[in-house]
Design a protein around this ligand. Structure first.
Ligand code: SF4
Length: 390
């Protein structure tokens, strides 16, 4: 029995979805890993809706959208979902990853939290993701079968953001980012473009911010390329879409079920040509063999993708790989032959903001990589603003 009223990631500190497990409790998902594979548009095998969801206009919009795509929506009598648990963990995991639930957001998600260093505030339109990135903190931090929840109370969620405008604590006070206004991050517990074709939620969020004539900005990051429905929207420059990218060896080895790097960069170009502020989330950065030429090729690929875009507004967020003892155990059990390097001996042990132990690269290596990335981005992508390195 799965209670759809409960959030998937309980009491987990805010973190961007490309983070790698620091500060969160993890659960052993050994032996349930799917193989890395290319993304297709996700079609859940089962879609359910809880009763409060169909009281909300957006809940009904999602149901109509799904039914138009030939996807049947099962109407539940309450928040309890049965039939997800299988004979084995692998079966439960596979069933849950193929299930989408249309629900009303839990009250805890309606009180916004700051999310440093990315944005002033985070808010959620969904929770859960059909992709399978090996380093994703969601993989080990979910408290139950990872059924993707999408929120029916979108209109209330968007209306509630007005209370937070002008109250930023992260980006608004920073002189280098002051012009962005109050920033709202909308991709902490999901990948928006993995589910947008089923929900239409982020498109409506873009329109909401486009019509919100105030110093505010919507932000999200994605590893997908499905941007067709965003072209031509009245975004008024108040949405920055960042593409989560990495060098080819990392993206092909570790990011199962996501869009190919070249397709993400082509999508970035399309949005930039449509006047959107865009960005790169380069994460998690890893000093793999020959990392300078591998990441050099990535940055060259980005330079080619934005070549000739007039009025380009491009940012970069640079996040190095880190892990906790818990996330390491999960991933080693999950991918026993993984080539993801998680050797505590070669890392520096640090304490995160919430006291949890995390392992990061040693300071000299961090300095070397940071210096290289800053110089290379300045050389190949002049005009790209680096928002932070961590
Ligand atoms: S695309 Fe999905 S699985 Fe991959 S890092 Fe993002 S949330 Fe995690």
């Amino acid at each position: 029995m799965t209670d759809l009223d409960q959030p998937l990631a309980c009491d987990v500190p805010a973190a961007p979805h490309s983070a790698s497990g620091e500060q969160v409790a993890t659960f052993d998902l050994s032996a349930v890993a799917p193989p890395a594979r290319r993304a297709r548009r996700w079609t859940p095998r089962r879609v359910v809706a809880t009763p409060p969801a169909y009281d909300h206009p957006h809940g009904r919009r999602i149901m109509e959208r799904l039914e138009a795509q030939g996807i049947e929506v099962e109407r539940l009598r309450g928040p309890r979902l049965t039939g997800v648990r299988g004979e084995s963990d692998r079966e439960t995991y596979a069933r849950a990853k193929n299930t989408m639930a249309i629900v009303v957001s839990p009250p805890s998600r309606r009180k916004l939290q700051p999310i440093a260093p990315s944005a002033d505030w985070r808010f959620d339109l969904a929770e859960g993701c059909p992709a399978h990135c090996q380093y994703c903190y969601l993989a080990g931090s979910l408290s139950g079968p990872p059924v993707t929840r999408v929120y029916a109370d979108l209109d209330d969620i968007l209306d509630g953001l007005a209370d937070y405008a002008g109250r930023g604590t992260i980006t608004s006070p920073k002189p280098s980012r002051h012009h962005e206004g109050t920033t709202f991050e909308a991709s902490c517990y999901t990948d928006p473009l993995a589910v947008e074709h089923l929900t239409g939620s982020w498109r409506r969020a873009v329109e909401h911010f486009g019509a919100w004539d105030a110093p505010v900005q919507l932000r999200w990051t994605t590893k997908f390329d499905d941007v067709d429905t965003f072209i031509g929207l009245a975004h008024h420059g108040r949405t920055r879409v960042r593409f989560s990218v990495n060098c080819l060896p990392v993206t092909t080895r570790f990011e199962g079920g996501t869009s190919r790097l070249g397709d993400r960069l082509a999508a970035l170009r399309r949005l930039a040509l449509d006047g959107y502020p865009v960005g790169l989330t380069i994460a998690p950065i890893m000093p793999i063999d020959d990392w300078r030429s591998m990441y050099g090729a990535l940055i060259a690929g980005v330079a080619a993708a934005v070549d000739g875009v007039t009025g380009l507004d491009l940012t970069a967020e640079l996040i190095t790989h880190r892990f906790t003892p818990g996330s390491r155990d999960v991933l080693m059990g999950w991918y026993p032959r993984t080539r993801l390097e998680m050797n505590e001996e070669t890392r520096t042990r640090k304490h995160g903001k919430f006291g949890a132990v995390k392992y990061v690269y040693p300071a000299p290596l961090m300095t070397e990589m940071r210096t290289w990335f800053e110089a290379e981005i300045a050389r190949r992508l002049p005009g790209c603003r680096i928002l932070y390195w961590t």
